[in-house]
Design a protein around this ligand. Structure first.
Ligand code: SAM
Length: 322
């Protein structure tokens, strides 16, 4: 197993199944252009083999499927079928929920137990202006059907000053009533936001500002969370939980165990580094040839991790999926 000086190793793999997306969220896709699949995307089979090799060589235990938007990818069904027999502790998926109703049978038959659904507002007008694609009611229906099918739902919201701060309490009420866990994600300095500090600061809402808003309506206590959790978890006694991924306010690089694989076969050891390592060519090779080469790249990828705090990244979330 590859471990760095801080005792970190890769346990959690995020696979971006495709770079195509049916939204163009303002903070992720600033030019608003529809994202399409890269021409050199790997096949579902090659990506699943990549996951198998990474389980063996990096000690990956948990997999999250992301994108782009994973539910738009024609590779979804094959990929899920192939990774579901690899003995992972957990497989989950992050989606904008737009195609959830349609794809639910695929997710259920692959044994998905947990879903993260990104939803920044319950206001249809604000939804249209932030997501620039899709339809709010369709997402809400998708979550209801997934929950009724026994899938645990977490809702991801990125609070943005001037755009959806008024939605923090309505979304929290909505999630508490339905047993969904709301996760607030502090805006990250990715892509254009890494280059334009003013644009970032104008929109950024800190952990404390968020807790002040929530404290107007709810009493909450900090709850326990695993050592390498990215979210700080809070309990609202008798009503449920919410979490905050506070990468600016409370950086978690010291315990980061994440590794990312892009849809075109690049490994990313850190969101804050522009280094990436190509493994696409190794995935056609037999195990005994691929694994030693992969080990060497994993050492480099682990070396890309920041020591303490995320400092911004040229890499864009839309490519490697958060
Ligand atoms: N399409 C899927 C979805 O909507 O969940 C998966 C990919 S999307 C890039 C993953 C998550 O990254 C979403 O919850 C999105 O809100 C978040 N995200 C994108 N850019 C971000 C940024 N600059 N800061 C914080 N979160 C961001």
């Amino acid at each position: 197993m590859i471990v760095d000086r801080q005792g970190r190793r890769f346990r959690n793999l995020r696979v971006s199944l495709t770079s195509a997306c049916n939204y163009a969220c303002t903070y992720c896709v600033p030019d608003g252009k529809r994202l399409v699949a890269a021409q050199d995307e790997l096949s579902a089979e090659a990506m699943a083999r990549g996951v198998a090799y990474l389980i063996e060589s990096a000690g990956i235990e948990r997999l999250r499927i992301t994108g782009g938007e994973p539910l738009v990818s024609p590779k979804l069904e094959t990929f899920m079928r192939e990774v579901s027999v690899l003995g992972l502790e957990d497989i989950s998926l992050t989606t904008n929920g737009q195609l959830l109703v349609r794809k639910l049978p695929v997710l259920v038959s692959a044994g998905i137990a947990r879903l993260n659904v990104s939803l920044d507002t319950l206001d249809p007008g604000a939804f249209r202006s932030i997501a620039r694609g899709g339809d709010l009611a369709t997402v809400l229906e998708g979550m209801a059907q997934a929950s009724a099918a026994g899938i645990r739902i977490k809702v991801n919201m990125v609070p943005l000053r001037g755009q959806n701060l008024d939605q923090v309490l309505p979304l929290l009420d909505y999630c508490l009533e339905r047993g969904y866990e709301l996760r607030f994600i502090e805006l990250m300095r990715m892509g254009h936001l890494a280059r334009d500090s003013n644009a970032f600061l104008q929109q950024f809402v800190s952990l404390q500002q968020l807790l002040d808003v929530i404290g107007e309506r709810y009493e909450y206590l900090q709850a326990d969370a695993p050592v390498d959790a990215t979210a700080i978890r809070y309990q609202i006694p008798g009503q449920g939980y919410f979490g905050v991924i506070a990468n600016e306010s409370v950086p978690f690089c010291r315990t980061c165990s994440r590794l990312r694989l892009s849809s075109t076969g690049w490994l990313h050891g850190c969101l804050s580094s522009s280094n990436r390592h190509y493994i696409g060519d190794l995935l056609d090779k037999p195990r005994h040839q691929a694994l030693p080469a992969l080990q060497r790249l994993l050492v480099k990828a682990l070396g890309d991790k920041q020591e303490v705090a995320f400092s911004g990244g040229a890499t864009v979330m839309k490519i490697i999926g958060g």
